[in-house]
Design a protein around this ligand. Sequence first.
Ligand SMILES: NC(=O)C1=CN([C@@H]2O[C@H](COP(=O)(O)OP(=O)(O)OC[C@H]3O[C@@H](n4cnc5c(N)ncnc54)[C@H](O)[C@@H]3O)[C@@H](O)[C@H]2O)C=CC1
Ligand SMILES: O=C(O)[C@@H]1CCC=N1
Length: 281
Amino acid sequence: MTDTRTAPPQPPCIAFIGGGNMASALIGGLLGRGHPASQIEVVEPWDSARDALRQRFGIDAQAHAGAPLARAQLVVWAVKPQAFQDAAQATAAQVPQALHLSVAAGIPTASIARWLGSERIVRAMPNTPALVGKGITGLFAARAVDAQGRALVERVIATTGQLVWVDAEEQLDAVTALSGSGPAYVFLFLQAMQQAGQDMGLSAAQAYQLAVATFQGAAELAARSDEGPEVLRQRVTSKGGTTHAAITHMQQQRIPEHFIAAMRAAERRARELAQEFGATP
Ligand SMILES: NC(=O)C1=CN([C@@H]2O[C@H](COP(=O)(O)OP(=O)(O)OC[C@H]3O[C@@H](n4cnc5c(N)ncnc54)[C@H](O)[C@@H]3O)[C@@H](O)[C@H]2O)C=CC1
Ligand SMILES: O=C(O)[C@@H]1CCC=N1
């Protein structure tokens, strides 16, 4: 009797250029969803970073871009913006057929296309909660990317949390200022809340646990609620009570306005990065 069964299709080979934080978050997510380590290639020049990838994921990263990259269907660019152009020039010849996914802040698709000689580019702005599968990523696809290409990107990014497509590339600067940098704003608030808790007589550990759980709980409540943040805030705020005292102080100090201005500074910086590291030929 002949065996008519066909082997299941091999998952695509995904190459990572840069094996640091963001690459690790994505690799961890992929492996966690059953993507075989044999279908992942990594180029990472730092010995210590390569050792970390071997210990954590059992992946042998290469120090330089070489022939093994030719089998990659998707290349994930996870280098710092200032390293992108050099990395692209060292790699482009090995990956002429691949779809490209860049997580680098600020670097426009036009620059990436120039450096790689390909228009098949998706830009992503993830955030560090991707490390624990709770990230959110903004995505923008250049015109040359078809539905199949988008689906492949979604499959990779979904291993790290939620995703949102934007229609205009400039909107990625807003995503960067909001959710890309956003975890740092939350950590700043956590520090301030912990400090205040200690000043009021709690231990550092107690204050930190209370602050972290408050962020987690409030975010979960907002995510599950049909009400907007204004109503949720009013529900905490008794007339003449403690929350009212705190919120009044924040409003008098114009903290919401300052916070918005800070985020606009992040957006401006994303645009500057494009000028500084993306504009060169
Ligand atoms: N950390 C964050 O919160 C976020 C970072 N990003 C973006 O992700 C990108 C990577 O950031 P991280 O992973 O945090 O940085 P990282 O510093 O942890 O990783 C970058 C890695 O690239 C390697 N590298 C440098 N030159 C290279 C080259 N020529 N070829 C191959 N690899 C090279 C470095 O050795 C390093 O291990 C950046 O462009 C950043 O803008 C995006 C969203 C959030
Ligand atoms: O600070 C940065 O430039 C990167 C982009 C978003 C988070 N980290």
